[in-house]
Design a protein around this ligand. Structure first.
Ligand code: DX5
Ligand code: ZN
Length: 224
């Protein structure tokens, strides 16, 4: 990870009628990743952005994908996504009893694999996986929907995880935060050591497409 924080644009916040214009704008603004929230209606109480959406996005842009799998049994479904070495795949620690094998299987595609953790899940479950994964994705909201408010205590929880990552001397480790990442929260999280920010309705998608460039500039400033 280079010194500046990376922006992972939450594509579930992009209206379908503006999708192509939004992707073009993101290419011009050098957005680092497109965050795809894959939801199966089972692991989370929403359904959306499945394999055909991922395939379509790949066909229209070269921006790397940050694929957030909110699905049950993710390791058995990896072949459905046409994974590329430029992808980051985020697997929920709650979604697979054998998370180590799941992470290793993602990495066998040449991708980076982060482990996502829900707000209610205690951080000690990450102990078994820190050394195998390429990073973490700390959810500040109960996953599945944009526009929510961060769960109480997620900022402190992020600090605890970052302290542990530093203790383990895991350098070049992806520390992503996802959910209600406002400009203000992003700044604090950056100062704590987070280096990748899921940018949704709380930041770059505020207002309409005419405001996105200014929003991106503001977020960039917060995560320098
Ligand atoms: C939550 C999703 C996010 C995010 C959207 O499940 O993973 O993409 O919350 O951004 P906000 O929270 O800012 O609308
Ligand atoms: Zn997400």
């Amino acid at each position: 990870m280079n010194k500046n924080g990376k922006i992972s644009a939450s594509m579930m916040c992009s209206s379908f009628d503006k999708l192509s214009d939004t992707i073009r704008l993101f290419e011009e603004e050098n957005i680092d990743y497109l965050h795809i929230d894959v939801m199966d209606g089972n692991f989370v109480t929403n359904i959306g952005y499945g394999t055909s959406y991922v395939e379509f996005i790949r066909s229209v842009t070269d921006i790397p994908l940050d694929i957030h799998l909110m699905i049950t049994n993710p390791k058995d479904k990896l072949p459905w996504f046409g994974l590329q070495p430029s992808d980051i795949v985020s697997l929920h620690v709650e979604s697979d009893k054998d998370i180590k094998t799941a992470v290793e299987r993602v990495k066998s595609y040449g991708c980076k694999c982060t482990v996502a953790i829900n707000p209610v899940t205690p951080v000690n479950v990450l102990e078994e996986i820190y050394l195998t994964a390429d990073g973490v994705n700390i959810l500040h909201v109960t996953p599945g929907f944009a526009g929510q408010k961060a769960v109480e205590g997620t900022m402190e929880k992020t600090g605890t995880v970052i302290d542990r990552i530093n203790e383990l001397k895991l350098t070049d480790y992806i520390i992503e935060t996802d959910g209600n990442i406002t400009f203000e929260r992003a700044k604090i999280l950056r100062e704590m050591g987070a280096n990748m920010f899921v940018a949704g309705s709380s930041s770059i998608f505020k207002g309409d497409i005419s405001q996105y460039r200014e929003n991106i500039r503001k977020l960039r400033e917060s995560i320098m």
